[in-house]
Write a protein that binds this ligand. Structure first.
Ligand SMILES: C[S@@+](CC[C@H](N)C(=O)[O-])C[C@H]1O[C@@H](n2cnc3c(N)ncnc32)[C@H](O)[C@@H]1O
Length: 398
């Protein structure tokens, strides 16, 4: 057969394959879409959806960076103004929306027009606005609300990117530090930034609502019954509370910076008073020292830091494991594991740059994880894949 005919036949086969694949995906795709559309306050986040659904959502997650691009920048500010919350009860005329947000009407209309050109908010009649799928997740009360996360991305992260190119100079601190004059986590703890600190930890709590179920179900926590799990850098402790509630034999320890632990104590008194007797809150610095524990759990911590800083944190943990306890203590790191070759998902490529800009951190491949752990005196034992595009890396003192 002449080469051109073979090429044409292959092309037709490829087109048919794509069409068949697309058709096969349609029912599952519309199922996920309906589930997301119908999500509301009473959605049960205690149960992670089955693996096939998660795999599909993960596939769709490659579209998230496009969504992120849609959410920059007019929508970020609309998020801050609480417009989506004002529209929760139904459509409103622009003048009323502006009155509720306390801003200028004509200018707000232009912001909404720009946002709606990206599919976020809908002008349902001349000068009358309503929420749509894209804007509903900007509501504070939405079960998968990204209102606070959008504010973090639109404020601290967005401003850091101004200095990204400068930060690539050898010896330069991370972009955020160049822009704001202090490392990100210390800046958040400074007097005057209390509101930004509260927004950051609120955003993490919102994100945790959707992540906790998979972290609880896809790692065998029952093997740590009757042990003490230290959530190092655990923020306000939303995950630790979920873990203690699900495993009554486990005791918890929450280690974080002093201002964060102070916030966590108030949060637990209000939200989880029944669990307070099983948790110890520790104000600390994981670059210096942490108390001993049976299990050290670090979620979205190590990716915040460069290799040298990450190794320092891990050495602090290694030092907390006393001689003779090496086989008993477990280190669990929840983070992304990038593919060993080829491009990562666009979501993790974007997060990798986010870490670079904010604190000089990075996402890592399994090989990089192994090297980092070995440099700090640990050995990777197993990688537990989770339904959230991340993994729990299980390690032990070498
Ligand atoms: C990205 S957040 C992750 C929070 C939490 N693990 C989660 O999954 O939601 C990073 C956490 O590390 C904490 N942190 C930053 N520097 C720290 C330090 N030197 N010592 C202890 N905690 C620190 C921050 O306060 C913050 O709570």
């Amino acid at each position: 057969m002449p080469r051109r005919s073979v090429a044409a036949a292959l092309l037709v086969l490829a087109a048919l394959g794509c069409a068949a694949g697309w058709l096969a995906l349609q029912p599952a795709y519309s199922f996920v879409w309906r589930a997301l559309r119908d999500a509301d306050e009473d959605l049960d986040w205690g149960q992670a959806p089955p693996w096939p659904l998660f795999n599909l959502v993960n596939y769709l997650a490659t579209w998230l960076p496009r969504l992120q691009a849609r959410l920059l920048p007019p929508h970020l500010h609309v998020g801050q103004l609480g417009v989506a919350d004002s529209l929760a009860g139904g459509h409103l005329p622009l003048a009323e929306l502006a009155r509720r947000s306390g801003v200028k009407s004509e200018e707000l209309g232009r912001l909404l027009r720009a946002a709606s050109s990206h599919g976020v908010f809908k002008e349902v009649g001349p000068g009358v606005w309503g929420n749509n799928r894209g804007s509903s997740v900007l509501r504070r009360s939405h079960p998968s609300s990204c209102n606070l996360m959008v504010q973090v991305w639109g404020d601290e992260s967005y401003s850091a990117y101004e200095k990204l190119a400068d930060s690539l100079q050898p010896g330069s601190p991370p972009a955020f530090e160049l822009r704001h004059g202090a490392p990100f986590f210390y800046w958040l703890s400074q007097a005057g930034n209390e509101q930004r600190l509260a927004i950051f930890h609120g955003a993490l709590q919102d994100a945790a609502k959707t992540m906790n179920a998979a972290t609880l179900q896809d790692y065998p926590w029952q093997r740590h019954a009757n042990q003490t799990v230290s959530d190092v850098g655990g923020g306000h402790g939303g995950f630790l509370a979920a873990l203690l509630a699900a495993h009554p034999g486990i005791r918890g320890m929450l280690v974080d910076l002093p201002e964060v632990v102070a916030g966590a104590e108030g949060h637990w008194r209000r939200r989880y008073p029944e669990l307070l007797g099983r948790v110890q809150m520790v104000q600390g610095d994981f670059f210096r020292t942490v108390p001993p524990a049976d299990v050290f759990f670090l979620r979205y911590i190590i990716h915040d830091w460069s290799d040298a800083q990450a190794a320092r944190i891990l050495r602090t943990l290694r030092a907390a494991i006393s001689a003779g306890r090496e086989q008993h203590a477990t280190l669990l790191i929840q983070d992304a594991v990038l593919p060993s070759s080829g491009p990562p998902s666009p979501l993790y490529a974007a997060l990798d740059l986010q870490m670079l800009a904010i604190s000089g951190g990075k996402e890592r491949s399994q090989r990089e994880w192994e090297q980092l752990l070995a440099a700090a005196g640990f050995r990777l034992r197993r990688v537990h894949r989770l339904r959230t595009l991340t993994a729990v890396l299980e390690a032990q003192a070498a």
